[in-house]
Write a protein that binds this ligand. Structure first.
Ligand code: ATP
Length: 263
């Protein structure tokens, strides 16, 4: 049973097609990573999936009563605005102090309640955002480049925390990440997005495909090559790819007209 399923999801914004015909689903406990270059529609897809945006065409079906914990890519807090962590955790709705305390503890932010949001480091702020996402006891955690701006150890620690939480809570995880080693090591499935779905599948399946190995070798270097490969390929005017190391034929029939700048 899928937690979220999309069918022909299409989004036009500012006169251009940002997402075209995306078919996607995520199941209970699954960890799925979305990869794609800047502006490829990753954040837009997440916002459609959580219901913060309405699609121009196609549909999103969420399991009845689905609880989503969302960690946005950016959250601008005016540094002159006094806002303590405990108040911030109350913003979506009333939360018992004990629940807030437990959530902070769980993400390694014990005792942060009285700190000002503006005084937190990038890594601490991400943990507070994660604590807020956990308050609803989500069935799915949705993370939009949650480790952006963190150093390597900070980001590795954040991902191992996510993995622990997934095991504890049994929640699914859907994340956007540019950290390919994480993607290859930790995801059940990878979705390569570039306004349309270029390719999706298990990372090891993709990485062990003979075409992929022949072209790019193995390891994280190969992962990077996989990423480049999927986004550097040419499309002819009928929207066909000229080469592909993945075996997802459905990805090749989409209309790529948005890439030519038309609507
Ligand atoms: N509200 C909006 N109005 C008009 N265009 C928008 C809006 N939101 C996003 N876009 C456009 O949609 C495209 C996809 O944006 P999106 O933020 O989803 O990409 P992304 O893959 O998350 O990028 P990045 O890796 O840079 O975060 C971009 O070209 C962006 O300019």
């Amino acid at each position: 049973m899928s937690l979220i399923t999309t069918d022909g999801l299409t989004m036009r914004q500012g006169g251009k097609t940002v997402l075209s015909n995306v078919d996607f689903s995520i199941s209970k406990g699954e960890i799925v990573t979305i990869l794609g270059p800047n502006g490829s529609g990753k954040s837009t897809l997440l916002r459609l999936l959580i219901g913060a945006l309405r699609p121009s065409a196609g549909k999103v079906v969420r399991q009845k009563g689905l609880k989503i914990g969302y960690v946005p890519q950016k959250l601008h807090i005016d540094p002159t605005l006094p806002l303590a962590v405990s108040r911030f955790l109350q913003l979506p709705g009333r939360v018992a102090p004990a629940a807030a305390k437990a959530a902070l503890q769980r993400v390694g932010a014990t005792g942060f309640e009285d700190q000002q949001l503006a005084s937190l480091s990038g890594g601490q702020f991400q943990r507070v955002l994660l604590a807020r996402a956990l308050l609803s006891q989500p069935d799915i955690l949705v993370l939009d480049e949650a480790t952006q701006g963190l150093d390597q150890p900070g980001s590795a620690a954040f991902y191992s925390l996510i993995e622990e939480l997934r095991q504890e809570l049994g929640c699914a995880v859907l994340m956007v990440s540019h950290e390919l080693h994480v993607v290859m090591a930790a995801s059940d499935r990878v979705l390569c997005l570039n306004g349309h779905v270029c390719c999706q599948g298990a990372p090891e399946h993709v990485a062990s495909a003979p075409e992929y190995r022949a072209l790019f070798g193995t390891g994280t270097h190969g992962a990077l090559a996989l990423y480049r490969h999927e986004h550097d390929h040419d499309h002819d005017h009928d929207g066909h790819h000229h080469h592909d190391g993945c075996d997802h034929d459905h990805a090749h029939t989409h209309d790529h007209s948005h890439q030519e700048g038309s609507v």
